[in-house]
Write a protein that binds this ligand. Structure first.
Ligand code: SAM
Length: 859
């Protein structure tokens, strides 16, 4: 029986270890916890596992299908690990910090009983922990012996993350064994015939395999060629060695520009056995931390490649966190080395913690063309462009919705436990509403990509079909087959599906429905009408239609893409590419008499049927009352109001439905709008604080061609000055109603307020904004030092002027005013850093990732 380990990530282990060691050093000696792969005491198992669960071993599913901000700190930490961020938030380390009064020590103990954690007294002081009531964790009926047997089988099965190979805290995560089977999954997807019967074993088997790791080189980073070269060099070295030649990363052939790689994740023992592999692993961790490579699942790279983004495009990423696709979007906006693109991306996520995470992630690109917001995508405001008063529409929209996530089973094994057949029912309405909003915000001729990582047709084709039917011919699916590399293996969208209900215990068995009318009322809480589309759910399911050729596809759902794990050793994914053929208000013909065929002719608009019926019923009532009067029909025999009351009832029902949907169509007064406008927290610097700008210009020698109109400040703090792209300054920032966007971050930080009033300048330079500012600065605040001196700065927190002169023969700082400056490293590396020139010494003003990065580039 297959099992999985939980909590795996590039470099995650080493980060945890480092942090744990630091923690141990910092803490007192009252008590210690030793955690090792070899010891996992029964009485603490439940507690530690509970903590790990809290810490987010279930991290992907809730964030994918829960629209609310419910992510725990632990989930964030795990997400950081997943994104390869390391450092700041330590998954397991944070968890251990949360254990009360503990001194944590890393300890490598010979492994006898995998699956146990020993919590014991430190330095012989603390008493042994009292026995707690034993709670079974995995399976109430599974005893210790059985667990051990299962683990043995698993290890013998050659699992590369077998606990015996693990050490330290990371082993705790890896020791969580998840059974890779879910009967609900089997019943649901076999019933749905998600793959032909003959393929089931392959499909299900592939889902149980661990997923290969993929990463992309950040093409926006100015030294990306060096990273590519280094990877290729390491590959060449590995190819020369018999033990490593099969472990090399391979180019992801279908990905454009040859910048994405895929490889089988290395186990620790493999790395230990071979220094070449260890080097490669260390290199990947370091490059991920530096933002020169991004880890991203291969299939998740597909949506953005299909958006065909150009630097002038206004883009919207509706559900953006943690941000791998936003970063891809930015790479396209900055293609061909464009530093300040005309276009921009609004990256939005409803979960505030995830939105902040996105800020952290995207910071590595230092892009002035990004606005991060924290709104509900279903209610993203209509931004009105100043001159036209029209709603701002986007050229490109990514709608990567929250979903039940079963396509990620290979990398999120905890989903095996969490899957149930109604997950998709819960997410379908949210996905529909998000896509609907996206369609409305899309520009005519623009592209929108809808994507999920689930196999479930209710979250995939059913959502797409419902939106297409509601916008008959206003939007259509694009046939992207000719745009894709032949190396990408995918299948067409489904053209038939059914809707399932699991029933109610033994009293009410599970059932499949092909028509909404057949669904009993009590099940309608779960099953929604929009999950059905009679062509696809009823007609195409008629028993006589056995082959796909006999089935209809009026909406071209076959143009959707389904990606299966057994087709090319990948994750599961779904993609649909929409384009807008006609705008909402454009060229419509109103067809009062329902004479035209609105299906075939996109310009035909027919009155809502209820409104028409009401008009008819009112006319009819008038005629009827005249007729009854003429005939002298007594009141008790009158049939007046019978038709009208039916229509009014239907109208009321529709009104209630709209109300229940929670959408507020109320209009604010112009005065209110004006007040709200003031609430937008960013203002143009040169409009309000010309004095600040003049001060910066003089001190840093910034020439007048610098586009100072793109500098903004945050009104509530004034701490930072941000630089934004042309498109944002002239498009987005001029819009009204932007106050409705909850802004988390904008553009790239260029200056930060000085706390030291000894400097003439009010603000100091920030490393992230330097690349954009440098071409406009004269040499007054630029200092070039020898490579050896630069390297010394990377080692020491500060260097006194005296030492600079006497020890390092560096006099370049002499005669310069105190304050912020840029220090260049002499030679071809092209490295520069912000420094602070104090009264007695000079110090580097960059973070530790940047220091590592400089070392890599200089040496
Ligand atoms: C599949 S993930 C997005 C992954 C992301 N596109 C990436 O590539 O890194 C779905 C995201 O939708 C967010 N979300 C859920 N409900 C939302 C809503 N109503 N509006 C906006 N975002 C939502 C979740 O917080 C989650 O981050």
């Amino acid at each position: 029986m297959e099992r999985a380990t939980v909590g795996v990530g590039i470099g995650g282990d080493s980060d945890d270890e480092r942090e744990l060691t630091q923690l141990a050093e910092k803490s007192g000696q009252s008590k210690s916890i030793q955690i090792s792969a070899g010891q996992f005491d029964e009485d603490d198992t439940e507690y530690v596992l509970g903590k790990l669960r809290e810490a987010g071993t279930d991290y992907d599913p809730p964030t994918r299908y829960d629209g609310e901000s419910q992510m725990s700190e632990g989930t964030l930490s795990l997400m950081e690990r997943e994104m390869g961020l390391g450092g700041a938030g330590g998954g397991i380390a944070d968890l251990l910090k949360s254990l009360p009064e503990t001194n944590i020590q890393l300890n490598t103990v010979p492994k006898k009983q995998p699956e146990t954690v020993a919590v014991q007294g430190g330095a012989g002081e603390a008493p042994p922990k009292p026995k707690k009531k034993v709670k079974k964790v995995f399976d109430k009926k599974v005893d210790k012996e059985t667990k051990e047997k299962r683990l043995r089988e698993w290890e013998e099965g050659g699992n590369r993350l077998a606990p015996v190979q693990e050490e330290g805290a990371a082993a705790v995560a890896h020791d969580l064994v998840v059974e890779k089977h879910n009967q609900d999954f089997v019943n649901y997807y076999q019933g749905m015939e998600i793959v032909p019967k003959a393929e089931w074993e392959n499909f299900y088997g592939a889902l149980k395999e661990n997923l290969d790791i993929c990463f992309r080189i950040n093409s926006v980073e100015k030294n990306w060629q060096k990273t590519k070269e280094e990877i290729e060099n390491q590959i060449q070295e590995m190819l020369k060695n018999d033990l490593t030649k099969d472990k090399i990363p391979r180019l992801l052939k279908w990905y454009p520009s040859q910048l994405a790689y895929t490889f089988h994740e290395l186990s620790r023992s493999e790395m230990k056995a071979n220094p070449l592999l260890k080097n490669f692993h260390t290199f990947l961790v370091q490059e991920t931390e530096n933002g020169r490579i991004f880890r991203q699942e291969a299939v998740s790279m597909i949506p953005v490649t299909l958006l065909h983004i150009e630097p002038h495009h206004k883009c919207l990423d509706m559900c953006a966190a943690p941000g791998s696709k936003t970063i891809q979007i930015l790479e396209y906006l900055h293609q061909n080395g464009i530093k300040i693109p005309e276009g921009f991306v609004i990256a939005n996520d409803t979960d505030s913690k995830r939105a902040y995470m996105l800020t952290h992630q995207a910071r590595r690109l230092n892009s002035p063309a990004m606005l991060i917001t924290n709104n509900d995508a279903r209610r993203l405001p209509n931004l009105r462009a100043d001159e036209t008063g029209l709603t701002m529409k986007f050229d490109r929209i990514l709608c990567d919705v929250p979903c039940s996530g079963d396509g990620t089973l290979r990398k999120n094994p905890s989903l095996w436990k969490n899957f149930n057949a109604h997950l998709g029912h819960a997410t379908h309405p949210l996905q529909r509403e998000i896509l609907e909003r996206g369609i409305r915000l899309l520009k005519k001729g623009g592209r929108l990509v809808y994507s999920t990582c689930t196999f479930n047709p209710l979250e995939d084709e059913a959502v797409v079909a419902d939106i297409l039917s509601k916008h008959i011919k206003q939007v259509e699916l694009v046939d992207v087959s000719s745009e894709l590399s032949p190396h990408l293996k995918y299948r067409p969208g489904r053209i038939h599906w059914k809707v399932y209900h699991r029933g109610k215990g033994q009293r009410e068995p599970s059932a499949w429905y092909t028509r909404y009318e057949d669904v009993p009322n009590w099940k309608k809480k779960v099953i929604k009408e929009t999950m059905f589309n009679s062509t696809y759910t009823h007609i195409n399911n008629e028993p006589e239609r056995v082959s796909d050729e006999d089935r209809y596809d009026p909406l071209n759902l076959k143009r959707c893409m389904r990606i299966f794990p057994h087709d090319d050793n990948q994750g599961g994914f779904f993609v649909a590419v929409f384009t807008k053929v006609l705008d909402e208000h454009e060229g419509f013909r109103y067809d009062e008499m329902y004479e035209g065929n609105a299906w075939d002719d996109p310009s035909i608009r027919q009155k809502p049927i209820l409104q028409d019926l009401k008009e008819f019923a009112l006319e009819y009532e008038k005629d009827l009352s005249k007729y009854e009067e003429q005939k002298g029909i007594p009141k008790e025999q009158s049939t007046q109001n019978e038709v009208l009351s039916l229509v009014l009832e239907a109208e009321e029902e529709a009104r209630q439905r709209k109300k229940a949907s929670g959408v507020n169509f109320g209009k604010m007064s112009a005065e209110m709008e004006l007040q709200k406008e003031e609430q937008f927290t960013y203002a143009k610097l040169i409009d309000k604080r010309m004095d600040v700008w003049m001060n910066l210009q003089l001190f840093y020698g910034i020439n007048s061609s610098f586009p100072s109109e793109y500098l903004f400040y945050q009104k509530d703090t004034t701490n930072n000055l941000v630089f934004i792209s042309d498109g944002m300054a002239n498009g987005l920032m001029k819009c009204t109603r932007k106050y409705k966007l909850k802004v988390v971050n904008i553009g790239v930080k260029m200056f930060s307020k000085n706390r030291d009033d000894k400097s003439e300048a009010k603000y100091r330079l920030l490393q992230e904004g330097l690349e954009l500012l440098l071409p406009y600065m004269d040499n007054s605040r630029k200092i070039t030092v020898a490579k050896e001196v630069f390297l010394k700065f990377l080692e020491l927190p500060l260097i006194t002027y005296e030492d600079l002169k006497s020890k390092y023969q560096c006099s370049e700082f002499e005669g310069k005013e105190h304050g912020s400056a840029v220090m260049f490293c002499a030679g071809p590396s092209g490295v520069y850093a912000t420094v602070w020139m104090g009264v007695n010494n000079v110090s580097l003003m960059v973070n530790k990732e940047e220091i590592k990065s400089f070392k890599f580039l200089i040496q």
